[in-house]
Write a protein that binds this ligand. Structure first.
Ligand code: GDP
Ligand code: IMO
Ligand code: MG
Length: 430
């Protein structure tokens, strides 16, 4: 059994897209298990850049089965636009399958998402505005949810939409002062999407389990990151799903006994988009060296500048624990190429006490001061490194410090956005 979970260990944008694409060279199936088009995964092939939001990052290899699991919330308009965009660039999208149990993002979800954020003077989450939270609210609330299986049955959908839209329009008009949405227009638009997607809607749990049972190599591609996990992240400044490895079983219908490896993806430093605590964040006038140049730290989905800071060992250790990570890949080492010294956070100081474990209380976190160790930089270009020995000694020492703080082995190192700009110390597919 060869099944690998690719999970982000920080606040997203660690480089999951690049790694998923790389590992797909030897995989048969790639499955997204949570999130929606709040994700933005970048894959660079030669001089072409692909930005994927819903479609698994394995799509660039012809013949790969790319599955959207039941845990994903699907905006059919965005999915079709993404499929059309890829097709126009000569990419084969015939391998895309969608779980019949996945929930649908409806037009009122992004509207409610934005109205809700706009209505707050304090406590804004800084969401991507894609309707992710409101769609998951409907799923867990149960009353107003629409699943793919409903969307593709014309009569069921027409009935369901009428019922749900009546309530949503009441909410939009009476609570938010919005003009409301038109039933006929949505019905027509969504019936069009259903007609184009129907043949791809399947029992995805059955499909993926059968693939695993016949010995196919299966990748589970996380979106967001562990610190954005609704259970283990910096709540409430999180997304509304479980990006962590535990989300795989619930979000795909593949039992935990069928998951063999968890690959944790870590940036060599830290970034965050949106609001919420970030202990090692650098002040605005110091972030440029990480954000600009090779860092290119601007959101793929919203274009927002990412907040940047030093590597946080407390968070790495915590994320490795909650995800059961078996090996690490450290991304974007090249972004640290031009620093005299580099800081890593080894613990937090809270009211004079040393904290080694990540606190749950945002009040405690707000008072935590990172305790830094300063390591020498290497001041040279690492993008040409293809083996661990090619890396300068100071970069090797930095990676060893990351592994020691995190408590897991660094099996891969990424030194650039291209596929070949990667050092593989131990193959992930065993
Ligand atoms: P994801 O959401 O985890 O897939 O990550 P994003 O695609 O949002 O952000 C990662 C960014 O870093 C993208 O622009 C990638 O092309 C880029 N990237 C990935 N690996 C490397 C690397 O090793 N070095 C550099 N400089 N950029 C990288
Ligand atoms: P990938 O898969 C980084 C952040 C948003 C916001 C919070 C909640 O590319 O790593 P949401 O729209 O999900 O309700 O927003 O989560 N966020 C991400 N940050 N990368 C992502 O995805 C993200 N998806 C959501 O900025 O702070
Ligand atoms: Mg991203």
């Amino acid at each position: 059994m060869q099944t690998v979970v690719v999970v982000g260990l920080q606040w997203g944008d660690e480089g999951k897209g690049k790694i998923t694409d790389l590992l797909t060279a030897d995989a048969h199936v790639v499955v997204r298990y949570q999130g929606g088009n709040n994700a933005g995964h970048t894959v660079v092939v030669g001089d072409q850049e692909f930005k994927l939001h819903l479609i698994p990052s394995g799509i660039l290899y012809p013949g790969t089965l790319c599955v959207l699991g039941n845990g994903v919330v699907i905006n059919p308009k965005v999915l079709l636009e993404e499929m059309d965009g890829l097709t126009a660039r000569g990419i084969d999208v015939s391998g895309i399958r969608i779980s019949d149990r996945a929930h649908v993002i409806m037009p009122y979800h992004p509207i409610i998402d934005r109205l809700e954020e706009d209505s707050r003077t304090v406590g804004k989450i800084g969401t991507t505005g894609r309707g992710i939270g409101p769609a998951y609210v409907d799923k867990y609330n149960r009353y107003d949810a629409i699943r793919m299986v409903d969307l593709i049955q014309p009569e069921v959908f027409a009935e369901r939409l009428q019922e749900v839209l009546e309530r949503k329009n009441r909410l939009l008009k009476d609570f938010y002062g919005h003009e409301g949405l038109n039933y006929e227009a949505i019905l027509k638009e969504y019936q069009g999407y259903a007609d184009r997607l129907r043949e791809r809607v399947v029992d995805a749990s059955l499909l993926v389990n059968e693939a695993i049972d016949r010995g196919d190599k299966v990748l589970f591609e996380g979106a967001q990151g562990s610190l954005l996990d609704v259970d283990h992240g910096t709540f409430p400044f999180v997304s509304s799903s479980n990006p962590g490895s535990a989300g795989v079983s619930a979000g795909t219908g593949v039992g935990p006994t069928k998951i063999s490896k968890v690959l944790g993806v870590l940036k060599a430093y830290s970034t965050r988009v949106g609001e919420g605590p970030f202990p090692t964040e650098l002040p605005d006038d110091e972030v440029s060296k990480l954000r600009d140049g090779r860092g290119r730290e601007y959101g793929v989905t919203t274009g927002r500048a990412r907040r940047c800071g030093w590597f946080d060992g407390v968070i790495a250790r915590y994320s490795i624990r909650v995800n059961g990570v078996t090996s690490l890949v450290v991304m974007k080492l090249d972004v640290l190429d031009n620093f005299e010294t580099i800081k890593v956070c080894t613990a937090y100081r809270y009211r004079g006490e040393l904290l080694r474990e990540f606190p749950s209380s945002l009040r405690v976190l707000a008072e935590c001061e990172p305790v830094y160790e300063e390591l020498p930089g290497w001041n040279c270009d690492t993008t040409g490194a293809r083996s661990y020995e090619d890396l300068p000694k100071a970069a090797q020492a930095y990676l060893e410090k990351v592994a020691e703080l995190a408590g897991a082995p660094v099996d891969m190192v990424s030194v650039g956005w291209r596929r070949d700009e990667t050092v593989i110390r131990k193959p992930i597919w065993g």
